[in-house]
Design a binder for this molecule. Structure first.
Ligand code: SAM
Length: 264
């Protein structure tokens, strides 16, 4: 099946755990690993950002997702919170970002996520061009447009507790892996933030460190050996302290607005 977006056409792709993802005609990449979109989201983001432990302890939880895609990030998050304690849904503010308006609208109204949570077009409010919907007490906002611009709207909301850094690959989507991007993310983050991503690339780690984060390695999902978590304060374990020095000393050139516009 094809989804007609505002910027491209998307093809639905079935993955090994039975869940579906989409292939973007704009970026020529799948939104998830074909090893299993659901399991990958659960591992990389819900577990990678300690969402369940955090929402149990805190009175409110703000999550930012980089790239709304087919809506799996919010879908898996809601299902896991409901499994643990449905009362915690009312603590959740889930903010996502999407450059393709019609693709985001499809994910909100026609995807598996929309069907399971019975979201109807009337449930969606459009405020300043962004989509707002409340789902069983949880608030979801999709900031529509280039995330490098819409991130400024985060000033209206509480500081971020979790960041699902789920843009397309650094090769295809460099603006969302640049030092300047991570610097902006850091400025909207709480001191207890955890950012989690599938990427293990040194130039991504270096961009994160130059943007004000401390990084740590984590076992990767599926065929990936490692992935990355990032924090506002330095993790105390010796492995992470060693990694921080390695990143600083590495010859690898971090992604920045200057380097990616030169390589275009
Ligand atoms: C890897 S997919 C995200 C998958 C999603 N997290 C999910 O669970 O379905 C990346 C998404 O980021 C969006 N995107 C790419 N560049 C963007 C930008 N500059 N601003 C906002 N969204 C962007 C793409 O259209 C795509 O939907």
């Amino acid at each position: 099946m094809d989804i007609k977006g505002s910027l491209a056409t998307y093809k639905i792709v079935k993955t090994e755990d039975g869940s579906v993802t989409a292939h973007s005609g704009l970026f020529d990449e799948n939104c998830h690993s074909t090893s299993g979109a659901w399991d990958e989201t659960l591992y990389n983001y819900i577990s990678g950002c300690n969402v369940i432990e955090k929402i149990r302890k805190q009175s409110k939880l703000t999550i930012l997702e980089v790239g709304f895609g087919v809506g799996l990030g919010v879908y898996v998050t809601l299902k896991e919170i409901i499994k643990d304690n449905p009362d915690n849904l009312k603590k959740l503010l889930f903010i996502s970002t999407e450059i393709d308006r019609d693709f985001a609208y499809w994910a909100l109204t026609e995807s598996d996520f929309a069907k399971e949570f019975c979201i109807a077009p009337n449930d969606i409010q459009v405020i300043n061009g962004h989509f707002h919907v409340t789902i069983q007490g949880a608030k979801l906002i999709v900031l529509v447009g280039d995330a490098r611009e819409t991130i400024r709207d985060l000033k209206e909301y509480p500081l971020l507790d979790c960041i699902y850094q789920d843009a397309f690959s650094p090769q295809k989507n460099p603006t969302l892996w640049a030092i300047e991007w991570f610097r902006d993310l850091r400025s909207f983050s709480s001191n207890k933030v955890i950012m989690s991503t599938y990427s293990s690339a040194m130039r991504v780690k270096k961009a994160m460190v130059n943007g004000g984060f401390f990084v740590s390695n984590r076992q990767g999902f599926g065929r990936k050996r490692t992935c990355t978590q990032a924090f506002a304060v330095a993790p105390k374990d010796t492995e992470s302290l060693k990694l921080h020095q390695q990143v600083i000393n590495s010859q690898s050139i971090p992604i920045s607005d200057e380097t990616h516009t030169k390589t275009k």
